[in-house]
Design a binder for this molecule. Structure first.
Ligand code: GLU
Length: 292
């Protein structure tokens, strides 16, 4: 069964912009006869209790999902195996650079700012042995392309850089850009709907999927919620979570539905009117009530 999904990181409570993205992911999956799956990306930045509250919020909005929630931390063995297979295929190198060394190294002219300057790409075995004494290596992709193109329902063809990205950090944690690809494929996800802040990383992810012989999903990167100043909506903007807004008498379903042009009571009613061609294309400006 083809599937869409929502994959929050349990780093805190979802704000109303995140909730709207989840609603859109649900609508797009359900309107295209897909399963809707939930994955908790709990490899990093986990706040105790946050995942449970996120799931309860999604349920309270009327979203449902198929099968059990996948906790990404249960997939560590598969993540490590994939890194190992890329190492064995000669597609990686060990990197000992600190963030600072990367920031200070000159980048090659055809590489975008911030991309890996190639420092550890061609270390000799002796140099590697020496550097291993200083710190544990991160594993980077030995990228053979500079860029990759993906197709997005809202953005059309989108081309972005693919550098020697980190696959596994020095502390052993497998990087998000790889785990997202592995876990989406594992769950049979063929439709990825998420905030458009992740669009720039998508060519890297699609390229990794291709290297691993995994199908590349269809993508829809939806606009983020912004505050009145045009910055990404955040906790400091006031009451932004379901609980905070409800406490102040805001009907969050009406707020989200209204922002999408729906009048019905909730996602189930909206589904009847939902047309993917009407996915929002402009950021959603939210002016939350002030905090108490
Ligand atoms: N867990 C990631 C985040 O919340 C998103 C993963 C995704 O949708 O690909 O930023």
């Amino acid at each position: 069964m083809p599937a869409g999904r929502y994959a929050p990181s349990p780093s805190g409570d979802l704000h109303v912009g995140n909730l709207r993205t989840a609603v859109l992911a649900w609508l797009l999956a359900r309107s295209t006869d897909r399963d809707f799956l939930l994955r908790v990306d709990d490899l990093d930045r986990v706040r105790p209790g946050a995942a449970e509250r996120q799931l309860a919020d999604l349920e309270a909005l009327g979203l449902d999902w198929d099968g059990p929630v996948l906790w990404q931390s249960t997939r560590s063995g598969a993540h490590q195996d994939a890194v190992r297979s890329l190492i064995d295929a000669g597609r990686t190198f060990e990197c000992f650079c600190t963030r600072r060394e990367i920031a200070e190294a000159p980048t090659a002219p055809h590489h975008p700012p911030g991309s890996y300057p190639g420092t550890c790409r061609d270390l000799s075995p002796a140099e590697r042995d020496e550097r291993r004494r200083d710190r544990p290596a991160a594993i980077r992709l030995r990228s053979e392309v500079d860029e990759w193109t993906v197709h997005d329902l809202l953005h059309g063809a989108f081309t972005g850089p693919v550098d020697d990205l980190v696959l596994q950090r020095g502390d052993g944690v497998v990087a998000y850009n790889l785990t997202v690809v592995l876990d989406d494929a594992h769950q049979g996800v063929d439709q990825v709907v998420r905030g458009d802040d992740l669009l720039p990383s998508t060519p890297r992810q699609a390229h990794l999927a291709t290297l691993l012989d995994l199908a590349v999903p269809e993508y829809a990167h939806v606009p983020l919620a912004l505050n009145a100043g045009g910055a990404r909506l955040a906790k400091r903007d006031g009451a932004v979570t379901l609980a905070e807004l409800t406490d102040r008498g805001v009907d969050v379903l009406a707020l989200i539905g209204g922002s999408l042009g729906f009048t019905g009571a909730g996602p189930r009613e909206w589904l009847a009117d939902f047309d993917p061609a009407r996915l929002p294309r402009d950021p959603w400006i939210v002016t939350p009530p002030a905090p108490d």
